[in-house]
Ligand binder design. Structure first.
Ligand code: PSV
Ligand code: MN
Length: 407
């Protein structure tokens, strides 16, 4: 199969060149792609009904780093790992930073956890109790310090705050508490860092959520300052929401901080990226490529928790699906698309876009990987490799989840 893809490359390159695409420039961009994988995607996690332990699932931050490094070795485009605190807490951050570097990866976004402790039953920075709000703030400030120690430039915030019943709490007061907490926290974000504000329309709260949508995150980011931006988790919207248009608006406003990529069918399903929604993923990347330099700082992170799938293969597949979507977005004939759009050609424009989507980019990606010195087919390489069997033997089936709400 691999040979088949590589041998199909010259014909594809010729076809793309005829269309006016600079194939060398496309390959250069693909080699610079950067997808961050989440530490929590390597450990056991599941649904509220059951956590099925996976043989070889990472049991601590060291094993998570090793697994992330393995995914990077196979793909060449996953050089950083997001950490979740306190799940990944260590006494010696400098040593962890060195350990990551020695494995060929770096520490990416720092994700505070203000949803797991008993105190947070009624919320964190929106909690009716001032003492609990302060506790949540203190934890997030500690995460800013961890950023400095690890060299991370991203603080990635998600709050489980909300209410379950009408009248349970004052929605306006909760908004004021949210604004207070975010503004206070922003003062502690390292000068070279950014604060990404994630939203989610429901769950675990079922009546109101304090940060339910991109507009609320955007409004809060504006109140905080230039280095506060919105984080789009692709699983956090009501059905039918047009995520690419949100992406394009935020990019143009300079407020798209990053992504948590995953796929969903119904709610926040945390499935492998691009499995239910490959066209949506492609259009998201199309908006990013169209935005040019405005997309330079966007952080591309995966946020998945796998229950029944092999953890490493699921992560690998996710990274590769982002690569496919990006490759297809890079070969959109943009000058022709713009001309067609300006001419008001509804279906002609759509066709230009879908013709890139319909292109089989596997030969292009096989060539890119060959030039990067990695295996042209990472899934085949993973399946032929002994790493998964080795860690299954060494680590066994650790019981239990990461210790709380499953992603
Ligand atoms: C919440 O569902 C979320 O998407 C947030 O990003 C969390 O930090 C992550 O999942 C892990 O629980
Ligand atoms: Mn997320």
């Amino acid at each position: 199969m691999t040979d088949l893809y590589l041998s199909a490359y010259p014909a594809l390159a010729e076809q793309l060149t005829k269309q006016g695409i600079d194939v060398e420039a496309v390959k250069a961009k693909l080699k610079r792609q950067h997808i961050e994988t989440p530490s929590w995607g390597y450990g056991n996690s599941g649904t509220r009904f059951k956590v099925f332990p996976w043989p070889g699932a990472a049991r601590d931050v060291h094993e998570k780093l090793a697994d992330a490094a393995y995914i990077h070795k196979l793909t060449g485009i996953a050089p950083s790992v997001a950490l979740h605190i306190p799940w990944d807490k260590t006494d010696d951050w400098n040593a962890l930073k060195q350990e990551a570097a020695s494995l060929g990866v770096s520490i990416g976004a720092i994700n505070p956890n203000v949803f797991q402790d008993q105190e947070y039953k009624l919320g964190s920075i929106c909690n009716p109790s001032g003492a609990i709000r302060e506790q949540a703030l203190a934890h997030m400030i500690e995460c800013c310090e961890i950023m400095t120690k690890t060299g991370s430039t991203l603080l990635s915030l998600w709050f489980a705050d909300g209410t379950n019943y009408a009248g349970q709490d004052s929605v306006i007061e909760r908004k004021h508490r949210l604004e207070w907490g975010l503004k206070e926290l922003y003062k502690h974000v390292p000068a070279n860092g950014r604060m990404l504000i994630e939203y989610k329309f429901f769950e675990p709260a079922f009546y109101t959520t304090d940060l339910p949508d991109w507009g609320t995150s955007y409004a809060m980011a504006l109140k905080c300052g230039d280095r506060a931006q919105v984080l789009v988790d692709t699983g956090h919207h009501p059905q039918g929401t047009n995520i690419p248009s949100i992406v394009s608006f935020l990019l143009d406003e300079g407020r798209l901080g990053g992504f948590h990529f995953n796929a969903r069918q119904y709610a926040d399903d945390d499935l492998i990226v691009g499995t239910t929604n490959p066209f949506e993923l492609f259009v998201i990347y199309h908006e990013l490529v169209t935005a040019g330099d405005k997309a330079n700082e966007v952080a591309y992170m995966i946020d998945q928790s796998h229950n029944i799938e092999p953890k490493l293969e699921a992560m690998l597949q996710s990274v590769l699906n982002c690569q496919v979507a990006y490759a297809k977005a890079l070969i959109v004939d943009r000058p022709r698309l713009l001309e067609s759009q300006h001419g008001g050609d509804v279906l002609g424009s759509h066709r230009i876009l879908t013709s890139a989507y319909d292109t089989d980019v596997r030969p292009l990606l096989a060539k890119v990987r060959e030039e990067m010195g990695i295996q042209p087919d990472p899934i085949a390489a993973y399946r032929a490799d002994g790493y998964a069997a080795k860690i299954a033997k060494a680590r066994g089936s650790a019981d239990g989840s990461l210790g709380g709400y499953p992603g």
